[in-house]
Design a protein around this ligand. Sequence first.
Ligand code: NAD
Length: 480
Amino acid sequence: MVKICCIGAGYVGGPTMAVIALNCPSIEVVVVDISVTRISAWNSDQLPIYEPGLNEVVKQCKGRNLFFSTDIEKHVSEADIIFVSVNTPTKTRGLGAGKAADLTYWESAARMIADVSKSNKIVVEKSTVPVKTAEAIERILTHNSKGIKYQILSNPEFLAEGTAIQDLFKPDRVLIGGRETPDGLKAIQALKDVYAHWVPEDRIITTNLWSAELSKLAANAFLAQRISSVNAMSALCEATGADVSQVSHAVGKDSRIGPKFLNASVGFGGSCFQKDILNLVYICECNGLAEVANYWKQVIKVNDYQKNRFVNRVVSSMFNTVSGKKIGIMGFAFKKDTGDTRETPAIDVCKGLLGDKARLSIYDPQVTADQIQRDLTMNKFDWDHPIHLQPMSPTGVKQVSIAWDAYEASKDAHALCILTEWDEFKTLDYRRIFDNMQKPAFVFDGRNVVNVEMLRDIGFIVYSIGKPLDPWLKNMPAVA
Ligand SMILES: NC(=O)c1ccc[n+]([C@@H]2O[C@H](COP(=O)([O-])OP(=O)(O)OC[C@H]3O[C@@H](n4cnc5c(N)ncnc54)[C@H](O)[C@@H]3O)[C@@H](O)[C@H]2O)c1
């Protein structure tokens, strides 16, 4: 029986391994992690991450051929194929601080593999890593090899949170990079055989190692660039009276461009986009490509601009001050159908409003009060470390309360800010909400989910990103 061990039981390791286990009953899959709480949660009925469909998949194979364990060394030493899916945070100190990837967790995983292995291994990079990481890992492993042969493969993960299970069952492509040597090609084939249990062969792409590593960074950079492009347009639409949804629709009809990923919003978030672009920028700079680095940096700058612009719009619309005013925050996750808050635009928007002394009542159907308080007190980039190594937040932010539902969050509020596109925000009883709010009652829709006309008829002053401005707002230009 082929044995797979995955180091890292997070958003990537957990779901990917569950889908492999489900589709490959003849393979034993063990997911290991240094975090005892994470592994206990995977072994309980309350999984540590929320992802539609995940529970059902895990239920079918947990205990059959899918296991979660903290006995890392045992399972690594027994495995034929080892996936490494650990954190790769942005460095906060030293060389490359603020841009380069911190490979501390990766390196310690590689050293541990070298220490405990007693048979040949295929080591698969699942984490997103800088180009040429495989080479570094290869050196660590072969310098400590004791005659054991290692083949390193790059198999970056393209799943999107919120649709991870669907993406894993029907991936647009599976990418496998490896050495173009006989042993390298054999390792590529072994991993291909795993995916071939359910992925059609024409969707499995094989490349050299560096192309695979770079393709992941490039794909995320292209996706984020699309969002920043449409967000840049949204600012121009507001200034000119055009409607960004109409513009996106017209633009997306061009088959060369396509309709997906063209929704204007308060900004992109998630654990990968910013981090991967910073990483790309750093690699460009290290290779003397300053213009290329600046080009990609701009994608992040526009994203920051969009978040600032949103905060400024809120404050300027509300008579230039939100001091002491209650604002209901609808949604905190970085997008719908996930409880993940890493780099969510809600953090910057909330911090911006708190900076102007607002009182916030935050509601999100999937994010815990503890997580929100941690996010609002944590330093930039600290979130990307294993949870037990993250700083704790002994006291929460005083001006922040967490609400059980949207009605509680909006009660007596002066304004609502919609920061995540949860479906339930489309069908709230906005008449009831309006009746319970201070007047004038504002809605700032950072995700374009509400029916603007209907809300204006109720009496709200509505701002919706990139849409023609409410007459009230026209007289109060937001300076970004
Ligand atoms: N989240 C996504 O949507 C996504 C998509 C594609 C790629 N990625 C990349 O995949 C990687 C993992 O991302 P994630 O979202 O799953 O992160 P995560 O923080 O959810 O999970 C990483 C896990 O690795 C564990 N870990 C760290 N060092 C370890 C070690 N030495 N031994 C055992 N366990 C260790 C941590 O405790 C943590 O549970 C990152 O490189 C990320 O950039 C993420």
